[in-house]
Unconditional design. Structure first.
Ligand code: ADP
Ligand code: MG
Ligand code: ZN
Length: 613
């Protein structure tokens, strides 16, 4: 990489050198013309006074005009005169008997008048563009290397990150273990004909340790690590991004086995076709090049492309196709245990007073990411240092918590005990319905760790089975599950919250689709009332031009949607009442652990059955 930089710098130096040479050339040329100029009459006078030693005429044969250098007697002064007719002046000089030399005008005029200005303009333009590019990118080493990739290659010299430094994230690390192993000993896998994923996409909210995790994979495997940020690809010059991608992969191939890490890939890999200005913009070209490169290198070539994003929903689906980023690793916010581990990692090197209780700190920081926790301890250390102490106290952490927790954006992180309780019952409600209803679920995990994008928790079913159709029964069950959160809240607390708004929206949308799109309501029959076009255009679902039906039908649709929702609501209520014991047990477990697995959840049902027998 360094070689490239110096090549770039060499270009600049060369340019400056050229400018200097030309400037010197030009100036000396100017100096030559700095003899005193005289007129023809002045010259005649000099001749009459017998002061002229000799002259030199520089003629332009074609015209024939020229200039004349006049050397004076007894001094080394010179004069210069312009000659409008060389033949005439020759005759005059012969007549007066003055020695003269006749020379043709040197061809430098052509050089000076044509090449030099052009060259100067080009150079100035180049410098101008370079500065613009530099401003756009901010890196100053890339001056002369527009298309060169800006990936940074970290090798052993850089501080090596290992899995030990990544706290929590146990499942994530396990998933990546395989990648590490492959990079360490590719032969082992190739021998048995195994195909290793080419691309691994780390998905998760900012600050959860995606970048750290990617570095740790390289560190563990001891392979070179090329890192570049998605925004580096997005340049003001069309085609630059694409050529950067090409160079990046070229470099990587020379260094295989290695890891290419594209941080914040959403900057390039956004869904195509939604850009303003339509058609092929710069980003699209870059993305296409990325896809071409990823398809281009063979399986098991020893390059693994890792990428991180916090918005998987806006990525172009093409990027997730097999043979590209076929492995997705969700990097979530840490649970209580994870938070404690992260606190321990970052407490390293910070002497803790005996009253510091990291376990308790972990309990009160639900929703904090690794980066938040790191920040929390750092602020605490700063507070301690300000007070001249050489160790941290719990009070420092408490004060830091207020400082970090109240910081504008982070407000949502600090959730009260009561909110936590409500969320726990809400999620438990969803989970029970997932489990009990036959066509949905099973539950994969339940969590009350705030997601930071509005949801206070989530209940995740196992990835959907590949089914060609959605049946009426399954859709009804989906709606029932969606309503389960609210139902559970109602049953436990005498008040209800706004927390279920997304659930209600989802349920309504589904019920509406059943009626207007799938002909699942007898009252309205097999008619499509839904005139959504699936076309992609600017602002996607923005413009619903018109409905294709009248007020009366609209009323009927609304009534049917309401009927479906009401039925599902009653069903949800009945089931959750029936499993009241599980509801409480599940909520309590959630409050304690924040995140529970499928096994832990299903065990709750068994316990209940045992009690009943
Ligand atoms: P992301 O790339 O997901 O936005 P980073 O990997 O850049 O997050 O994390 C930012 C910082 O937060 C890291 O440098 C590290 O100090 C801290 N951090 C985040 N997650 C963890 C973790 N699981 N263990 C230890 N430190 C973490
Ligand atoms: Mg990052
Ligand atoms: Zn919900």
């Amino acid at each position: 990489m360094n070689a490239k930089k110096s090549k770039g710098m060499g270009g600049v130096t060369f340019c400056l050198f050229l400018i200097m040479i030309l400037a010197v050339f030009w100036l000396t040329n100017q100096a030559q013309t700095r003899q005193r100029e005289i007129t023809y009459t002045d010259f005649q006078k000099l001749v009459e006074d017998n002061r002229v030693e000799a002259v030199r005429i520089r003629q332009n044969k074609a015209v024939p005009t020229g200039s004349m250098d006049i050397f004076l007697k007894k001094t080394d002064e010179e004069r210069r005169m312009y000659v409008s007719d060389v033949n005439e002046i020759q005759a005059y000089l012969n007549e007066e008997g003055i020695i003269y030399e006749l020379k043709d005008v040197p061809q430098d005029s052509w050089l000076m008048t044509t090449i030099f200005p052009t060259l100067l303009t080009v150079i100035i333009l180049m410098i101008f563009f370079m500065m613009m590019n530099r401003q756009a990118g901010g890196a100053n080493a890339k001056a002369m290397s527009f298309g060169k990739n800006r990936a940074r290659l970290s090798t052993d010299a850089d501080k090596k990150v290992t899995f030990a430094q990544v706290a929590g994230l146990q499942e994530e690390k396990e998933e990546l273990e395989e990648v590490v192993d492959f990079l360490k000993a590719p032969k082992k896998y190739i021998q048995v004909g195994a195909r290793i994923p080419k691309g691994v996409l780390l998905v998760g909210p900012p600050g959860t340790g995606k970048t750290l995790l990617a570095k740790a994979v390289a560190g563990e495997a001891g392979v070179p690590f090329f890192t570049i940020s998605g925004s580096d690809f997005v340049e003001m010059f069309v085609g630059v991004g694409a050529s950067r991608v090409r160079d990046l992969f070229e470099d990587a191939k020379k260094n295989a086995p290695c890891i290419i890490f594209i941080d914040e890939i959403d900057a390039v890999a956004r869904r195509r076709g939604t850009g303003m200005g339509g058609g092929h913009d710069e980003r699209e070209q870059t993305l296409n090049q990325l896809l071409v490169e990823m398809d281009g290198f063979g399986v098991n070539e020893g390059i693994i492309v890792m990428a991180a994003t916090n918005r998987v929903d806006i990525l172009d689906p093409a990027i997730l196709r097999p043979g590209r980023f076929d492995r997705k690793v969700a990097v979530g916010r840490p649970d209580v245990k994870g938070r404690e581990e992260i606190l321990k990692v970052h407490a390293n090197g910070k002497p803790l007073g005996e009253d510091v209780d990291l376990t308790q700190t972990a309990q009160t920081t639900a929703g904090f990411t690794g980066a938040d926790l790191e920040n929390l301890l750092n602020e605490a250390a700063i507070i301690a240092a300000k007070e001249g102490r050489i160790f941290l106290q719990q009070e420092d952490i408490r004060r830091s918590f207020v400082k970090v927790g109240i910081g504008a954006e982070k407000k949502s992180h600090v959730i009260s005990e009561k909110e936590k309780r409500i969320t726990a019952f809400h999620e438990a409600g969803h989970a029970i319905l997932f489990h009990v209803l036959p066509d949905v679920g099973p539950v994969y995990s339940v969590s009350i760790i705030p997601t930071g994008i509005g949801a206070a928790g989530y209940t995740m079913p196992l990835p959907e089975r590949d089914e060609m159709f959605n049946t009426r029964g399954k859709m009804l069950q989906d709606i029932t599950v969606a309503l389960g959160g609210r139902v559970a809240e109602e049953q436990i607390f005498d008040d209800i919250t706004t927390g279920a708004s997304q659930d209600i929206k989802d349920a309504t949308a589904k019920a509406k689709a059943m009626v207007t799109k799938f002909g699942m309501s007898e009252k309205l029959g097999l008619i499509n009332y839904d005139n959504d076009s699936d076309e992609v255009f600017i602002g996607r679902d923005l413009a619903h031009a018109s409905r294709g039906y009248g007020e009366e039908v609209a009323g009927k649709i609304d009534a049917e949607v309401k009927r479906i929702i009401d039925e599902c609501y009653l069903k949800a209520k009945k089931i959750i009442k029936e499993y009241d014991g599980v509801l409480h047990a599940c909520a309590e477990l959630l409050l304690q652990k924040e995140k529970i697995t499928r096994e832990e959840f299903e065990a709750l049902f068994e316990e209940k059955q045992v009690l009943e027998l």
